[in-house]
Write a protein that binds this ligand. Structure first.
Ligand SMILES: *[C@@H]1O[C@H](CO)[C@@H](O)[C@H](O)[C@H]1NC(C)=O
Ligand SMILES: *[C@@H]1O[C@H](CO)[C@@H](O)[C@H](O)[C@H]1NC(C)=O
Ligand SMILES: *[C@@H]1O[C@H](CO)[C@@H](O)[C@H](O)[C@H]1NC(C)=O
Ligand SMILES: *[C@@H]1O[C@H](CO)[C@@H](O)[C@H](O)[C@H]1NC(C)=O
Ligand SMILES: *[C@@H]1O[C@H](CO)[C@@H](O)[C@H](O)[C@H]1NC(C)=O
Ligand SMILES: *[C@@H]1O[C@H](CO)[C@@H](O)[C@H](O)[C@H]1NC(C)=O
Ligand SMILES: *[C@@H]1O[C@H](CO)[C@@H](O)[C@H](O)[C@H]1NC(C)=O
Length: 920
């Protein structure tokens, strides 16, 4: 499946001695069976049952039509993966082990027909000594068999045990299957408001048989922690200090006495930078730890995209015996950087700069504040076993092309594979990473906490060396949502559930991070109000603040263009509104007959808002989301009314995307302007980056990677320097601001010009241009006016304001002076009331420049949209823009995938909002 090639290239564990025998179980020598159902088909490892059943045509495409409901029988059944007899095992090794990097989730493992162990955590690594079983096992019987139980049935079983924890009404958010909080499995496998519920089962990660001799070890996991001397998590380090490299390997087997650690640091060309022994070596029966110093002058820093280069190194750690034999070696690709979540109290210096009192809440890279631009990553597929590095690479290219530098890897999917961090390291994407808990409270019995501790330590240690790792957070919407729900439902029990919350998210998870890492900050909940105090003399250094927050979501579409409806804060990590995917995407997963806005299939894929559970008989809930999107379009834009039903469906899908993009643009403009206001706002991560399937969701990228209107709009409004209007549609109060996220001041000129929709310039008594300066990561007002005065005597429905900005400046860590340009538009009334004209759009394509050229020949064109047919995934360098009359724009493109052999170019069309008013 190509899944592990990238991992092996970068994090290599070498079996170095002749006796050590490592047999990979990855491959096609597996059978998937269920005796009761009389199913037995060839299978793969890694995999999940749905995928092998689909590959063998026992079931149809799980993503097609209503198969998410129709295939429930797969979820209620047990599935057994059985290997062929394992060859290549020696009978005289001193120990034999089974090593599994991931079993999803309730597995009963047999070897040679004998029970080995049962597992109950998708996110843990498991290893078992099977030496005694092998000793009395014939070669032909050396089979591994893994029986997976039904996770939803087992979750219900656990819930019904006597004495089990319960929670006040309304606290636990149920989507499709119940009781997900009792089990350690991807929480969105039980359904979510953007995805289906398949609750897959299977060996979703690679596995091995490992044979060791006496005095041999196998490295199952390792950590490299790189930090500035004296650095503590959550605290700004002294950037003048040298680097500490703390390395630790987790092993099984027999460690010879007196073993030591050595290291080699090289650049990516394998030129040695530093070599030597690690000091303070500490051997226990499961880990060996040591450390060294790397002088700051020896290495270059790693930076996120657009802030500097992504410099990487290889760090090799060797475990060496007293006789200088290499017992094991691990190579990890690392970067030298500090990334801190600054929640310190606002300082006197900051107060003097006009920053409002309270605490900071922003990230600092290598000691520098920066503006975090990005979105929220959800599981890219309901079946992780088919997520390839190629797919994540394509997705991350869209992140970079979209001017984003940070993703919040949302808390109720799965811990990201190493290849995902590797790609983020290379491309410069910061990954705010979370433990897999969300929208529920969790049990705190000892067995559950022990299970979580193992899961957390394994994953913290596995990924800590990646410079793209930006933060560990405990879970999603816990403090702001879950504890508030307890307070609403059962205020007298708030203290009890808050204490339980702290048991898990402070007492258990915090030590799992801080016990292994000096380099990474921890926050118990996204979203939260941060810490009240931080004191490393205490066992648990964080004391939480627990104030409430203004809600980040508002499903009243009337909030568009109403600044006062938005929350003011230091950072916004989730906001949004859902929209429909394109008709090209719908056609990949539903039938032609279902292509209408409120068809049963389309409506049943709208899982917003679901509280109370969603199922095929609960249709009423499903249509609430469809109604919200309809209302949003009807409130602001011309309503599609095409004669052809599929064309009408497509136009409606597109219209919902325009509302979504319009709203997010407005929100991001507002948050970014806040970088220059007392809130000193330093981040906006919208909900959500991408889709898990084809459905109405908050995504900006559709399931196959196609960009919605949103991703283009976000790319534009995440440019370094933007000009944006802040307008009260009721009072006519208009201000225009320029915002810059560059690290040095810029100066330039902003212009303002009014036109009618025919494209003729209006003679308006208003400032036409102004020179300005903007400080580092700051904003400044460049215009203040009232449209009621400026347009007095004019028809507001026939006026649009065109704003431009042009400024000189330079990128962070780059001395070159560059010109930054941006333009924006304001329509003083809703576009549905505007006197739109046919802008006479002309489209041409040049075979020599490989560019499309679009020209508006007879009026102002709003929301110009280049569309392309199914069969390819392409992104244009700009789209969803506006054009003045007689303005042209050249648009280049990137092809992400193409099954049309370039034929998609012929199928490109252009339209604008004007087309929405037409019947064809
Ligand atoms: C199904 O799996 C569960 C959980 O591992 C187990 O208790 C049960 O015996 C299994 N049933 C069958 C028929 O294999
Ligand atoms: C560096 O060494 C690794 C491991 O030996 C090898 O795979 C890689 O090709 C080398 N890179 C260069 C640039 O020589
Ligand atoms: C070695 O590591 C173990 C486990 O982390 C710890 O308990 C012990 O104190 C350490 N020993 C030394 C000498 O640092
Ligand atoms: C092991 O290697 C080190 C460094 O190469 C050397 O100084 C030492 O003498 C060696 N020890 C043995 C026992 O060979
Ligand atoms: C937030 O807390 C304040 C007082 O601490 C209270 O007045 C306000 O109603 C609360 N807001 C919400 C949304 O709970
Ligand atoms: C879809 O259905 C909802 C709920 O019944 C309704 O409010 C909305 O107007 C419909 N939308 C369209 C485009 O027909
Ligand atoms: C849609 O178009 C039809 C004719 O094609 C017309 O009768 C109807 O009034 C239109 N509806 C709207 C809301 O414009």
């Amino acid at each position: 499946m190509g899944l592990y090639s990238a991992l092996l290239a970068i994090t290599a564990v070498f079996p170095l001695t002749s006796a050590q025998n490592v047999v990979s179980l990855v491959g096609n020598d597996w059978t998937l069976s269920n005796d009761l159902l009389n199913v037995s088909v060839p299978a793969h490892l890694p995999s999940q049952a749905h995928l092998d059943l689909f590959a063998n045509q026992v079931i149809g495409d799980p993503y097609y039509g209503l198969n998410d409901f129709n295939l429930r029988w797969v979820v209620w059944s047990n599935w057994t993966y059985t290997s062929a007899p394992i060859s290549g095992l020696s009978s005289n090794g001193s120990s034999t082990w089974l090593l599994f990097n991931g079993l999803d989730t309730f597995a009963s493992i047999e070897f040679c027909g004998l029970h080995v162990a049962s597992t109950n955590n998708q996110f843990r690594q498991y290893w078992f000594d099977v030496s005694s079983i092998l000793n009395s096992c014939d070669e032909a019987d050396r089979q591994i068999s893994i029986n997976f139980g039904s996770a939803p049935l087992i979750a219900n079983d656990i819930a019904s045990q006597p004495g089990q924890e319960t929670w006040p009404a309304g606290v636990q958010q149920v989507f499709e299957f119940t009781n997900r909080w009792f089990i350690r499995k991807e929480q969105s496998d039980f359904g979510w408001d953007w995805g289906p519920a398949f609750a897959p089962a299977g060996p979703w990660q690679p596995a091995w048989v490992v044979q060791l001799d006496n005095n041999e070890v196998y490295v199952r996991n390792s950590i490299v922690d790189i930090y500035r001397e004296g650095q503590m998590p959550l605290v700004q380090p002294d950037q003048s200090k040298d680097w500490v490299v703390n390395a630790s390997i987790d092993y099984f087997g027999e460690l010879p006495a007196g073993a030591t650690l050595s290291y080699t640091l090289t650049d990516l060309e394998n030129t040695t930078i530093s070599i030597g022994g690690l000091s303070n070596v500490n051997c226990t029966d499961s880990t060996v730890t040591g450390e060294t110093m790397i002088p700051a002058s020896m290495v270059d820093l790693w930076w996120p995209s657009q802030l500097g280069p992504q410099t990487l190194y290889y760090m090799s750690i060797n475990l060496v015996s007293t006789s200088n034999k290499t017992l094991a070696a691990v190579t990890k690709r690392v970067g030298f950087r500090t990334i801190v979540l600054n929640e310190d109290p606002i300082s006197d210096v900051q107060l003097a700069q006009g920053i409002a009192p309270g605490n900071n809440w922003h990230f600092e890279i290598n000691g520098y504040e920066f503006y975090a631009k990005g979105s929220n990553f959800i599981p890219p597929d309901a079946f992780w076993a088919r997520v390839t590095p190629e797919r994540i690479s394509q997705l991350f290219d869209s992140v970079i092309d979209g001017n984003q530098n940070m993703l919040r890897v949302w808390a109720s999917g799965a811990y990201s594979p190493d290849f995902m961090y590797d790609l983020a390291d290379e491309k410069g994407i910061l990954l705010w990473s979370e433990f897999e808990f969300g929208d529920a409270l969790y049990p705190v019995d000892e067995a559950f906490l022990d299970n979580v501790r193992e899961e957390a330590e394994y994953n913290v240690r596995r990924v800590n060396h990646h410079p793209s790792l930006a933060l560990w957070a405990g879970g999603n919407e816990l403090e702001n949502l879950e504890l508030s729900l307890v307070n609403q439902s059962a205020p007298d029990q708030l203290a009890k559930y808050t204490a339980q919350y702290e048991t898990l998210f402070l007492d258990t998870l915090l030590p799992a991070v801080f016990g292994s890492s000096h380099s990474i900050s921890y926050a118990p909940s996204s979203t939260s109000n941060g810490w009240q105090s931080l004191d490393f003399r205490k066992a648990i250094p964080i004391t939480e603040r627990y104030n409430n927050l203004t809600a980040g979501y508002n499903y009243d579409p009337a909030v568009l263009y109403n600044d006062s409806a938005l929350p003011i804060g230091r950072f916004s990590n989730e906001f949004g509104f859902h929209s429909m995917p394109s008709v090209q995407s719908w056609r990949q997963q539903i039938s032609e007959a279902d292509l209408s806005f409120n068809s049963t299939v389309v409506t049943l894929r709208d899982h917003h808002p679901p509280p109370g559970g969603l199922n095929a008989s609960n249709f009423a809930n499903a249509s609430i989301g469809q109604a919200q999107m309809t209302e949003a379009v009807e409130l602001w834009y011309p309503v599609p009314n095409k004669t052809d039903s599929v064309a009408n469906f497509s136009a409606w899908c597109h219209a919902t995307q325009i509302f979504q993009a319009d709203l997010y643009t407005f929100e991001i403009e507002f948050y970014r302007r806040g970088s220059g206001l007392p809130e000193r706002q330093l981040g906006s991560l919208y909900w959500q980056l991408e889709d898990i399937w084809v459905a109405p969701t908050w995504a900006g990228l559709e399931y196959d990677g196609r960009w919605k209107v949103l991703h283009y709009a976000a790319k534009d409004i995440y440019e370094h320097v933007i000009v944006a209007p802040y307008y009260n549609i009721t009072t006519g109060n208009l201000s225009v601001w320029v915002t810059s996220d560059l690290w040095s001041p810029i100066s330039g000129k902003a212009t303002f010009a009014w036109y009618d929709w025919n494209g003729d310039k209006l003679d308006i008594n208003m400032t036409a241009s102004t020179n300005f300066k903007v400080g580092a990561i700051n904003s400044t007002q460049v215009l203040q006016a009232f449209t009621t005065e400026a347009l007095a005597g004019k028809d507001m429905t026939n006026a649009v304001l065109h704003m431009t900005v042009e400024a000189e400046g330079s990128l962070p860590n780059d001395n070159q002076t560059r010109t930054f340009k941006h333009e924006n538009w304001l329509h003083p009334t809703a576009l549905k009331n505007a006197q739109l004209v046919d802008p006479g759009l002309q489209l041409s394509y040049s075979n020599s420049t490989k560019n499309f050229t679009i020209e508006a020949t007879s009026g102002v064109a709003a929301w110009v949209w280049l569309d392309y047919p199914a069969g390819a995934v392409v992104n244009f360098d700009s789209n969803a823009f506006w054009l003045l009359s007689n303005q042209t724009r050249e648009v280049s493109y990137n092809v992400k995938s193409d099954t049309t052999n370039g034929g998609w170019i012929e199928g490109v069309t252009v339209q604008s909002l004007w087309n929405q008013t037409l019947s064809t």
